[in-house]
Design a protein around this ligand. Structure first.
Ligand code: NAD
Length: 337
């Protein structure tokens, strides 16, 4: 198959490109570099030996989408391209609705014009809000509490309406839990711009001395050690979940929403301890107040992915941490400009 990866040079897109190539597929990456760097393409070539087919363009740009879809015959698309920071989405909602929602509509319209109707969508466990009905199953009630979460839920609903209107559309919306880790080569990984909003990249930057200490947002949650518990999933497992999803769409068309998680919860303190052990460096921490919008605990019921896609996460916490550490210690300042 040839798959279009919007947001293909981003963190999850780049790892998914490798997994698709490893599975014998061809990829075209499409990205405007708003949150990634061209150096990713060199690293991908180094890892795979393949020069990736790449378009630098914006997913809201209908003419650019038409150009790509005219020039290649695609079997489907995986739509990663979107901004993803909760705090920024509260400050700049229109940026999120334009890129996250209007960008999705523009992509789907272009796909329709070119008769490509298989799409895997990057959704998020954030659509479950602060639900404490654990483990979270796909039919749990959704609750969105910020513009970022709303863009994810709106796009799921747009895709459901589209499938309803025309069953030739085949859709899987994947609800990711907390992607961490990096390719074991240490050549690609997560490289957030500015202050990382997520725990693992922040932790990794403290470990290499880029930041003085890790702020722990609350140690008085009703969890075993008082800190927040999340379902961390290795980005390579996540990438393989996308391969399973696009392959599934070819054999069993339809519409589905599927969690990608491990089903295990890990606390902030457990993650810090694992990191200290693997990296062999102390991580200074400082407990600060709870962050608005953070719930105490969240982990997936991952059984639907196993049942429908034949996929389960296989990599454990030590592997996640070791791969992040290899990436961050080899690239303390992230990708070169
Ligand atoms: N990383 C997470 O924790 C997480 C969790 C749940 C869902 N997601 C979703 O998964 C997707 C990928 O996330 P990621 O962690 O790889 O993020 P990322 O920022 O590393 O990758 C997204 C890529 O999309 C590109 N992009 C953004 N807007 C674009 C536009 N208008 N046109 C073209 N390219 C554009 C960026 O340059 C970037 O390379 C996003 O949709 C995100 O919301 C991520």
């Amino acid at each position: 198959m040839r798959i279009l990866l919007t947001g293909g040079t981003g963190y999850i897109g780049s790892h998914t490109a490798i997994a698709l190539i490893d599975a014998g597929h061809e990829v075209t990456l499409f990205d405007n570099f708003s949150n990634s760097k061209p150096a990713v393409l060199d690293r991908l070539r180094e890892i795979t030996g393949v020069t990736m087919d790449f378009y630098e363009a914006d997913v809201t740009d209908a003419a650019a989408l038409d150009r790509v879809l005219n020039e290649r015959a695609f079997d489907g698309a995986i739509h990663f391209a979107a901004p993803k920071a909760v705090g920024e989405s509260i400050a700049r909602p229109l940026h999120y609705y334009k890129n996250g929602v209007a960008g999705t509509v523009a992509l789907l319209q272009a796909m329709e014009r070119h008769d490509v109707r298989n799409v895997v969508y990057s959704s998020s466990a954030t659509v479950y809000g602060m639900s404490d009905d654990l483990p979270l199953q796909e039919d749990a009630p959704t609750e969105v509490i910020n513009p970022y979460g709303r863009t994810k839920l709106m796009c799921e609903e747009i895709l459901a309406d589209l499938h309803q209107s025309d069953p030739r559309w085949n859709v899987i919306a994947l609800r990711y839990f907390n992607p961490v880790g990096a390719h074991p080569s240490g050549l690609i990984g997560e490289d957030p711009q500015g202050v990382p909003a997520n725990l693992m990249p922040f932790l990794a930057q403290v470990a290499v001395g880029r930041r003085p200490s890790l702020h722990i947002f609350g140690d008085d949650y009703p969890t075993p050690d008082g800190t927040g518990v999340r379902d961390y999933i290795h980005v390579l497992d996540l990438a393989e979940g996308h391969v399973a999803a696009v392959e599934h769409l070819q054999q069993s068309p339809g519409f589905d929403v599927i969690n990608l998680g491990t089903g295990n919860g890990v606390s902030v303190l457990e993650l810090v301890a694992a990191f200290e052990q693997v990296a062999g460096v102390p991580i200074p921490t400082e407990v600060v107040g709870r962050r608005p919008g953070d719930g105490p605990a969240s982990w997936a019921d991952a059984s639907k992915a196993a049942r429908i896609l034949g996929w389960t996460a296989t990599r454990d916490l030590d592997e996640m941490v070791a791969d992040v550490w290899r990436w961050q210690s080899h690239n303390p300042d992230g990708y070169p400009d």
